[in-house]
Design a protein around this ligand. Structure first.
Ligand SMILES: NC(=O)c1ccc[n+]([C@@H]2O[C@H](COP(=O)([O-])OP(=O)(O)OC[C@H]3O[C@@H](n4cnc5c(N)ncnc54)[C@H](OP(=O)(O)O)[C@@H]3O)[C@@H](O)[C@H]2O)c1
Length: 271
């Protein structure tokens, strides 16, 4: 067990949802945190909640390589090192390939850009520091990184890509003492479904799930931080999430039927 006390933790997308909960929980465990987001009002709200000297928030968009370089250089300038990088910033989508003509192409590109390229840029710039600190690289994936989900084809693609890429660099970095892992939350209450892109690339502005019944972002964040401190290889969360991963691996045809039943009613995507 290697605790986060006195470690420098970089968390992308830390101004809302799971990322915000990760920021506050990591600080509570004694870490110094550098995070980012695009919306200045959310940045101010987060800064107001954190103890002085423990948090640095950079206004940055992870789809910009320059911004990712800036996040890492800010962490090193302020705290001298990077011990843990949590690639958390992510967006989702809800749209079927058959609807809305070709506009879905732009949606999928955008989701890949944030969820995969953003993680790849930040990891690349942080890597020399993580090798020096023998640190940890974390990808916040999803159950959609194990099982393709209807209406979320680009989201699933981005999380499969993230996991495949992390598995590759995990093997590359074995001799360097860098631990690489990914965690897959199940449905967790957050803003992600509200801002998920519809097939036209606009925020859908609502959640098709009962957010109050989902795992809380605080609980999710603490499971993630426990997994990092224990240097787990992967973490899969919630009973429904574990069941989906298990069924898809050993009974894929049954998983096809159950997933279709969960997301569709009378031929229409309802979730
Ligand atoms: N909630 C779930 O049910 C669930 C389940 C499985 C996996 N996950 C994963 O968990 C991660 C966090 O999701 P969440 O549910 O906490 O979402 P969220 O509530 O929408 O929060 C997303 C955070 O990322 C930031 N962000 C989004 N796009 C960004 C960009 N281009 N550059 C920099 N920051 C950006 C947002 O701030 P700004 O918008 O201000 O930039 C916000 O701080 C994602 O990777 C998601 O795929 C979530």
């Amino acid at each position: 067990m290697q605790t986060l006390n006195n470690k420098t933790v970089v968390i992308t997308g830390g101004t809302d949802g799971i990322g915000r909960a990760l920021v506050l929980a990591a600080i509570a465990r004694g870490a110094r945190v550098v995070t980012c987001g695009r919306d200045q009002s959310k940045i101010h709200a987060l800064e107001a909640e954190a103890p002085v000297g423990k948090l640095c928030v950079v206004q940055a968009d992870v789809t910009s390589e320059r911004d990712c370089e800036r996040i890492v250089s800010q962490a090193v300038a302020q705290f001298g090192t990077v011990d843990v990088l949590i690639n958390n910033a992510g967006i989702s989508m809800r749209g079927l390939m058959e609807e809305g003509g070709t506009s879905i192409i732009g949606v999928i590109k955008r989701v890949m850009d944030v969820n995969f390229n953003g993680a790849m840029y930040c990891t690349t710039y942080a890597l020399p520091h993580l090798i020096q600190s023998k640190g940890v690289i974390v990808g916040i994936s999803s159950i959609a990184g194990y099982r393709g989900l209807p209406g979320r084809s680009g989201y699933s693609a981005s999380k499969f890509a993230l996991q495949g890429w992390l598995e590759s660099i995990k093997t590359e970095l074995v001799d360097k003492g860098v631990h690489v892992m990914w965690v897959s939350p199940g449905f967790t209450a957050s803003n992600i479904r509200n801002v998920a892109l519809n097939h036209e690339g606009r925020a859908q502005g609502e959640s098709p799930l009962d957010e109050a019944s989902l795992m809380s972002a605080d609980q999710c964040a603490n499971i993630i931080l426990d997994g990092i401190e224990k240097r787990k290889r992967t973490v899969v969360m919630t009973f429904q999430g574990k069941q989906t991963v298990f069924l898809n691996r050993f009974f894929p045809s049954l998983a096809d039927k159950l997933v279709r039943k969960f997301f569709f009613k009378e031929g229409k995507l309802i979730k």
